[in-house]
Write a new protein. Structure first.
Length: 116
């Protein structure tokens, strides 16, 4: 079964850190570009960060640059999102996305709530 499963969300205070994980299965992980997206209540889903299959290229939304870091471990079929200096406006459901030329796979999401 082809899937990606997020974990690591939770309730934290402003200024805290969290690390999200996304474990992929049933796919050739290293050929997939991976991304983290988020959707806050009443807002559209937005891109947070992406990473190429080799891990050599990363991109970030302006709102998280300098605070979030995306990385991947192809031996473990897992992509991570290290989130530091969290703000209340980072509160959202965070989704993992795997994209290849043939597939676009979404996880179910993990809730991140940042209290002020």
């Amino acid at each position: 079964q082809v899937q990606v499963v997020e974990s690591g969300g939770g309730l934290v205070q402003a200024g805290d850190s969290l690390r999200l994980s996304c474990a992929a299965s049933g796919l050739a992980f290293s050929i997939y570009n991976m991304g983290w997206y988020r959707q806050a209540p009443g807002k559209e889903r937005e891109i947070v960060a992406t990473i190429s299959g080799s891990g050599g290229t990363t991109t970030y939304a302006d709102s998280v640059k300098g605070r979030f870091t995306i990385s991947r471990d192809n031996a473990k079929n897992t992509v991570y999102l290290q989130m530091n200096s969290l703000k209340p406006e980072d509160t959202a459901i965070y989704y993992c996305n795997a994209v290849s030329f043939a597939r676009n796979i979404w996880g179910q999401g993990t809730q991140v709530t940042v209290s002020s």
